[in-house]
Design a protein around this ligand. Structure first.
Ligand code: CP
Ligand code: NVA
Length: 312
């Protein structure tokens, strides 16, 4: 049975731990110059309806380093859903490829693609979630702090796709998460409700509040993201005003601990959601997180595209 990664609900805690461990191994091997072509002969199709730097480069280079090949298809190339239906793209690509990565707007489109494809479909970001990003974020936290369980993350800003994946990942893995967002930009109620239920099992404390200063108090990690996600550019002016009190700046850092680290999925807009002083400062680990997209992506590909999984 093929497996997909559409949201972090698709992975068990044990599988996430295996993926993180495999990412650490491949990172070490890469640094030591030890080749690991475990996906020789395998191909990945990558569909982009939105722009990308990190996701594209990390998956494409990741496939190369694993001995496979990635075909990148922009929306102009295939115009999925217009030139050809989503189910037909799913059926067609399953005849050529071993996996599909999709970045699109409606999450339902990624679900539909996965429904008709007989090969694994990986969500490279939808309007609803960004699971690969949060796996890389959690990997980075483990690397930096030696653990992720019990770590306190303060997410400050828009209750968007990244916030939704934080809710799913944190609640599953026993990470404490406080999200501070303006009242009208809080994460979706159904995702919060589910996270609260899952958190009961894992012991993570999940809170959705409005005050960023309260959120960062005692936090080990401050996490932020752009105020207007891809597709919301027309709302930027309104959002700039609403989100102004949510900027991650030196003043907000003062309300946290002296050792609190700052993360951002990137791309960043200096002077909006984060100041240059903070993102380019000594507490920022944003490029560590960005680099780790590569190592974690490779572990995801190995997990989904090798029929024998990590066993071999
Ligand atoms: N963080 C992230 O997904 O970056 P890209 O949009 O550049 O892929
Ligand atoms: N929330 C952002 C994340 C970019 C990686 C967006 O969807 O544009």
């Amino acid at each position: 049975m093929k497996r997909d990664l559409l949201t972090l609900d698709d992975l068990s805690v044990d599988e996430i731990e295996q993926i993180l461990a495999r990412a650490a191994l491949r990172k070490k091997e890469l640094r030591a110059g030890i080749p690991h072509p475990v996906l020789q002969g395998k191909t990945l199709g990558m569909i982009f309806k939105k722009p990308s730097s990190r996701t594209r480069v990390s998956f494409e280079v990741g496939m190369y380093q694993l001995g496979g090949y990635a075909v990148v298809l922009s929306h102009q190339d295939i115009r999925m859903g217009q030139r050809e239906s989503v189910p037909d793209i799913g059926r067609l690509f399953s005849r050529y490829l071993h996996g599909i990565m999709v970045r699109t707007f409606a999450h339902e489109e990624a679900e539909e693609l996965a429904q008709y494809a007989t090969i694994p479909v990986i969500n490279g970001l939808t309007d609803l979630t960004h699971p690969c990003q949060i796996l890389a974020a959690i990997f980075t936290i483990q690397e930096q702090l030696g653990r992720y369980r019990g770590v306190k993350v303060a997410y400050v800003g828009d209750g968007n796709n990244v916030a939704h994946s934080w809710l799913k990942g944190a609640s599953k893995l026993g990470i404490h998460l406080t999200i501070a967002s303006p009242p009208q930009y809080q994460p979706r109620a159904d995702i919060v409700k589910k996270a609260l239920e899952v958190a009961e099992q894992s012991g993570s404390q999940i809170e959705i509040i409005t005050d960023p200063r309260v959120a960062v108090k005692g936090a080990d990690i401050i996490y932020t993201d752009v105020w207007a996600s891809m597709g919301q550019e027309a709302e930027l002016e309104t959002r700039r005003q609403v989100f102004a009190p949510y900027q991650v700046n030196q003043d907000l850092l003062q309300a946290a601990k002296p050792e609190t680290l700052v993360m951002h999925c990137l791309p960043a807009h200096r002077g909006e959601e984060i100041t240059a002083e903070v993102i380019d400062g000594e507490r920022s680990i944003v490029f560590e997180e960005a680099e780790n997209r590569l190592h974690v992506q490779k572990a995801i590909l190995e997990f989904l595209l090798r029929p024998e999984g990590f066993a071999a």
